[in-house]
Ligand binder design. Structure first.
Ligand code: ZN
Length: 178
């Protein structure tokens, strides 16, 4: 799916403001509701990360050098980074290092594997099929390209809207126990 979709999905699925907060949402140690929740922007960023750290570099340099955004002439190192950020090996190593560094990252960092999980069925035949088993195997699942299927694109965003509405309904139904 598109990169922004992954960010918004990560935020709803992997932050305490989103669904993991269930009815209470982010809470402080004294049981009161937390206003600012760091896991929200962190999960959003981890949702964007696999694309930003690969294709994002290519598009940013293209824009910077005044070439506009081009889908051709993508350099090999960008594909290498795409393989790293979209493979089980890269995710496993990256996630382990992140959680070893800061244990509390375990929840927002899950937005990274979630991004790749969503990419697998929504990327059809072509160079952007998800390289899940890189570098051990080139086996890739041929999914349905979201950029060619409006029903996947709009269906995905409607699902996100429904998930955020669910969060809102859950939160409104929460009463602090007295
Ligand atoms: Zn991706």
């Amino acid at each position: 799916m598109d990169t922004l979709f992954h960010g918004v999905l990560g935020a709803v699925a992997c932050s305490t403001t989103g669904l993991p907060g269930w009815r209470r949402g982010p809470v402080r140690s004294d049981g009161r509701r937390r206003v600012a929740d760091w896991t929200l922007p962190a999960a959003f960023a981890f949702g964007l990360f696999p694309d930003l750290a690969s294709l994002g570099i290519h598009f940013a340099t293209d824009l910077f050098t005044g070439n506009g955004v081009r889908w051709h002439g993508i350099p090999d190192f960008v594909f290498f980074l795409y393989n790293v950020t979209h493979s089980l090996l890269g995710i496993g190593l990256g996630y382990a290092l992140l959680v070893a560094w800061k244990r509390t990252l375990w929840l927002p960092a899950l937005a990274w594997p979630l991004h790749v999980l969503v990419d697998v069925p929504t990327h059809g035949a072509g160079v952007f099929m998800t390289p899940l088993f890189w570098p051990f195997s080139d086996l890739r699942f041929q999914g349905w390209s979201w950029w060619l299927s409006p029903w996947i694109f709009y269906g995905g965003w409607l699902t996100l809207l429904a998930l955020w509405l669910l969060v809102l309904i859950l939160r409104l139904s929460w009463r602090k126990p007295t």
